[in-house]
Design a binder for this molecule. Structure first.
Ligand SMILES: [Zn+2]
Length: 270
């Protein structure tokens, strides 16, 4: 009798442990998207009013899930506000539109500094960590479930959504990249032929950017992308979302690969 009771209790405890988080997530997703969040998106993510209503609704669902599942931590004295959470979640979730209901499953926390921060480590892309410094660090994406951002550069990147520079898009592209098991510029794709096409186009475009950087030629893509294939994918993502018409004209094959991957065409939002 006691054994039966204990077994029943254990099964019940396991069922509750599985059910409660799912129930909480369902409640969070079904809750009304607050008007003040819409106001934050309209102010800080200028692309938001330009995307179709159906995509705005998708984005709101993704943002609610993101805010429910990820923890934000203020660093260097920064106090986390709804403006910080919604702006970062809004831009990060742009990369997920039309693609999947999973919202960065490997990501647990977003650490935010008030401005560029300094970390005592070198710029090495290995073991899932991608670090880059441009006068201090603007952002970092770690394979262990963390993204670190400088809030002043998040605001700057969000408000000017046409210059090809956006630290949130950049770091969350690294998060997508790391879902394949290694951060190497090849995120999870649909099938083998997608990988073949991706590898051919990205290798060619990466080599071209490296040559441009070496020869001091101008280029549409930020030459930081010539650092390695992981940075190339992150930089190409920034350009794809912020300068789609120029990319479609100057790098049509790269644009098509990214259009297939992200399942949207940002040219339609111009
Ligand atoms: Zn990077």
């Amino acid at each position: 009798m006691n054994v039966l009771l204990v077994s029943t209790f254990i099964i019940l405890a396991i069922a509750l442990a599985v059910w409660i988080p799912k129930f909480r997530l369902k409640c969070a997703i079904e809750a009304r998207f607050p008007e003040r969040f819409v106001a934050i998106l309209e102010k800080n993510v200028p692309i938001y009013p330009r995307i179709p209503v159906e995509l705005q609704q998708q984005l709101q669902l993704l943002i609610k899930q993101f805010l429910h599942q990820k923890k934000f931590y203020g660093c260097g004295g920064l106090e986390i506000t709804d403006e910080i959470r919604v702006t970062i979640a809004g831009e990060a979730c742009l990369l997920l539109l039309n693609r999947r209901p999973r919202v960065y499953p490997g990501l647990q926390s977003v650490l935010v500094y008030p401005a560029a921060f300094v970390a005592p480590r070198t710029e090495v892309a290995a073991g899932g960590v991608v670090t880059h410094s441009r006068q201090g660090l603007l952002g970092e994406s770690w394979g262990d479930g963390r993204v670190i951002l400088a809030w002043d550069h998040v605001q700057q990147g969000a408000r000017n959504f046409a210059d090809g520079h956006n630290v949130v898009l950049h770091e969350f592209a690294h998060q997508l990249d790391s879902e394949s098991g290694s951060t190497n510029g090849a995120p999870l794709l649909r099938n083998l032929s997608s990988y073949r096409s991706w590898a051919a186009v990205f290798s060619r475009e990466f080599a071209t950017l490296q040559a441009d950087a070496l020869e001091h030629n101008t280029s549409l893509l930020d030459q930081y992308g010539a650092t390695n294939p992981a940075e190339f994918f992150a930089v190409a993502t920034e350009t794809f979302f912020e300068m789609p018409a120029q990319m479609a004209e100057q790098h049509p094959e790269l644009f098509e690969e990214l259009k297939k991957y992200y399942r949207i065409d940002p040219q339609e939002w111009l």
